[in-house]
Write a protein of this length. Sequence first.
Lengths: 278, 453
Amino acid sequence: MTGFSLCVIGTSHAGAVWQAWKSGAIAAREGFSMVVFASQATTIEMEHRDCSLIPVNPTVSTMFALTSGGKDRIEIDKYDAFLLVGLGWGIDLARTFTRCNVVEHLAHGPADTVVSHACLVEMIRAHNTKALALTVARQIRADSAAPILIYPTPFRPETMLSEESDPCLSDRALLDNIMPRSIAAVSELGVQHGCEVFWQHPETVALPGLTKARFAKGAVNLRESIERDSKHVNPDFAVLSLQAILQRLGQAAPGGMPDRINNHDAGPDAREFIQPAV
Amino acid sequence: MKSPYIGLKPNRFWRTGVSEAHPLTVPDLYQKKFAIAASDKIATAGSCFAQHVANYLRTNGFSVVDFEPSPVFLSPETAKEFGYGIYSARYGNIYTVRQLLQLARDAGKGTVDALNVWTKGDRFYDALRPNIEPNGFDSPEEVMALREQHLIKVKKLFRRMSVFIFTLGLTEAWVDTRTGRVFPTAPGTIAGDFDPSIYEFKNFSYDEIHADFAEFLDLVSARNRDLKIILTVSPVPLTATATDNHVLIATTYSKSVLRAVAGNLADTYPNVDYFPSYEMIASPWSKGFFYESNMRAVNSGGVAAVMRVFFDQHGTCEIPVAEEARSEEAASERRRRRSQKRTPRAERQRPATEEVAGERRRRRPSERSPGAERQIAAAEETQPEAGGERRRRPLEGRASGNERQRRERPSRTEAKAARAEVKAARAKARAETTEAKADEVVCEEILLEAFNP
């Protein structure tokens, strides 16, 4: 059986993916390998040169080397598929509602910028057109026809409902209206750029647009494991997503059982990864 | 032998004023009635042609207000599809004076009527502005709630604008016989169904239009006494007429009536001026060269020629010295402006409000258009750390300690993002200047071809 190499490029959300992979809970085919290039979202900018993506910022180079087991650049032609994790891609209703409101908000008091549902969906789509994920996808596409999958930033955990004052975030009717349309619009945007968007596993979703609280417990980012986090998720979440992605790529092990334990992969230790010396 | 025409200026005679004059050098075609100051908040409304006017005013540094600005993230193209950024509020095209009056009445009372919701398939449209949502609204409730919000903004706009530029477009309209309301489009074109028992055709007369505008003026002036109005007549012919006449005859009738009303209003009211864009585009003078091949849409050269005449008179945000000198307040304002010129950029930045879409032109000996300068300034304002200001920071930091320097200095990423934003704004400004120049070149070429065969 020939090997299959998946290149994961991501922001802090790749931390959970990496840990899920290292945990051995992912059932992959023999010959499947995964290399993770991750760094903090705000610093990732890559130059496309000689069929490679080379970080502009030295900190990103360091992080890439740390997360990939020594590689400071992404050699595009060495991978069979790409998984873009986070990179500004996703739907964050809480954030969108800080910029505008919908008519449902009027039931809770005056609102300044009220837009239609259709316009809100368009705003969410437009926000994703500026995501780093699309920039990276375009850079990859210049040299490779390999599948590019996008693993969006996880929805905010449902725990934020108690923290946030916006009552519309728990308005089921509104969410049922907005979220499927937004997901369809953003997915279509991905397709237009030659990418397939892999939304989070239905089992992880509490309300449309919100992640179940249990997946936020022990959330992981690139720096540390956090007991409670308003943005990140834990490796259990990533296991579900990654398993589905491998299935899509035809790299899931038959029968859903691991062909091998991933822990014997050459690469940095999980502990090293989540507490980088930077 | 005496004649009342002896001794008149050359522009009073067709031969010297028109047939022998070059439309790009039109002396004395338009004499402004009042000046537009830098501080004036300009609002625009009307038919399609008014869109061009607003764009040019913004580009030339006038403060064109927008009380319903585009939500974040939307590209300018998408925003336009959703009716944002076209006029000073999201009212879409206002073709008839009755429609304008109706808007002012509704804004004053907050009137929203469920009868003005049209449908198309399973989507819902605001019949009074059916173009603002490309695919309609989700529900009648959404239509009405957003209309209510819109009227709140329009009310504010009508109270706060200081110059209102309105382009009169049509005399023909469709009226709901149940409510007496007029619509910008006929039912059944964008949405809704045409039911002859409900909707009837109306071709407004001179008297009706005049009375409607007078009422509008009364309504708005009651809360906005210093309002100045500039009227124009759209040179865009009718797409279709519902009269029994040929569309050419209907167009001539419609434009003639509107032109006559506008002229009389300008003669009657000291705060109403008429700007002759219609004459420049539609008269024999320009030989039809300012129209696109469909002989309807006005080409970019035509708009550029018209606006050149406008700016020849109104300059770019001029401040009339005589008027200003009358008040001590104005004098102190002048002193403040002078001192601002000496103040470093970041210190004199005022917070951008959503209402002010245009900023006063920053005068520089530059090739860039004033609007272009404004964009750069706006980008620099949003990232005040970028550019020269940031370069000055390290000195301050050293003077007051490294800790402060660290605190004040932006992160590399922030600074980089700021620089990128300024760079993008400069590129956009360059593109805009090039575009404006290209318009003028097109305009010159068309006319040179026309007059020097």
